[in-house]
Design a protein around this ligand. Structure first.
Ligand code: ATP
Ligand code: ZN
Length: 283
């Protein structure tokens, strides 16, 4: 039985649960217990604070875990990152009061910086030869400068809205983070194939995000032009239509380029274009 640690309550919980669910690992989380057996797969889900997930995986309390890369880096536990999961994107940045003149990292010499990420920050400052003081704050780091606890902060930023509303500006992006799948170094051999299976499924779900399946009718003479527009994974599928001289072309495109591809396809003579969602993609 594989045990998977995820965040109990917070920014990564829902996406972690739905990723597992889409990968066929269902749990009834309405029960709100800290350990739940999946009803659909031989796996257990362990619900923890995100801070504790790297250690739980390093100790073998859980075999794998889903947690922010920022936490993995901060905790420095002996775990292996086996996949990036494509959600929970953020960065860990240095920010200063917006009225300050900022010309470069030397700004921080002699300054006090509040953070919940002291390990990442001290390593970064050391590498850059900056001599600053670090105040460790667990709660709302972004208010520290306003209340006089620090001159600057080192904290998580996603949209930047929180910084702006606290009169701060982001001046250095130090770490780019997203949710990652981690594994302990000493997972027993008999669990490895079960782990591979889970990893494979999570990949398939992740890779299908933002993909659309396209079907269209196209005159045979235009097939080559259309293939250049939507090349698909290997090559598109072409099926003959009952009407002489026409084919049906099937392909997969990324959602962010969908509309421009449709315009281009219309220009080369595609008709009756159907767009479908892709639920899973196995590469
Ligand atoms: P816990 O109670 O589990 O300790 P937390 O308060 O430490 O929760 P959350 O705020 O739920 O953590 O954030 C969890 C993770 O979500 C972060 O470590 C980070 O990887 C990611 N994340 C993405 N965007 C943001 C954001 N705007 N603010 C904070 N975290 C974010
Ligand atoms: Zn936390």
């Amino acid at each position: 039985m594989i045990r998977i640690a995820i965040q109990a309550k917070g920014r990564l919980s829902e996406d972690s649960l739905s990723l597992l669910r889409e990968a066929g690992i269902d749990v009834d989380d309405s029960k709100r217990q800290f350990l739940l057996r999946s009803s659909s797969h031989p796996a257990e889900i362990l619900f923890l604070r995100d801070d504790d997930i790297p250690q739980a995986v390093a100790l073998g309390v859980a075999d794998i875990g889903i947690v922010g890369y920022n936490e993995v880096l901060e905790k420095g536990e002996d775990v292996e990152i086996i996949d990036k999961l494509g959600f929970g994107s953020c960065r860990v940045s240095l920010a200063v009061p917006k009225g300050e003149h900022y010309a470069g990292l030397e700004y921080f010499n002699g300054k006090r910086i509040a953070t919940s990420y002291p390990n990442i920050l001290s390593k970064f400052l050391k590498e850059k030869n900056i001599d600053a003081k670090i105040s460790v704050i667990e709660g709302s780091v972004e208010i520290a400068p306003a209340v006089g606890m620090s001159d600057a902060i080192f904290d998580i930023v996603s949209s930047g809205g929180t910084l702006v509303s606290n009169g701060l500006k982001e001046v250095e992006k130090v770490v780019f983070s997203q949710a990652v799948l981690i594994k302990g170094k000493n997972v027993s051999k008999d669990k490895l194939s079960a782990l591979e299976q889970i990893k494979f499924r999570l990949n398939a779900v992740r890779d299908s995000k933002g993909l659309k399946y396209l079907l269209m009718n196209i005159p045979n003479s235009q097939i080559e032009e259309a293939i250049k527009i939507v090349p698909a994974m290997r090559s598109p599928t072409i099926l003959p239509l009952a009407q002489e001289g026409w084919s049906s072309l099937h392909s997969v495109v990324k959602e962010n380029v969908l509309w421009e591809k449709i315009e281009q396809l219309k220009q080369v003579g595609a008709e009756g274009i159907l767009v479908l969602s892709v639920e899973k993609m196995v590469l």
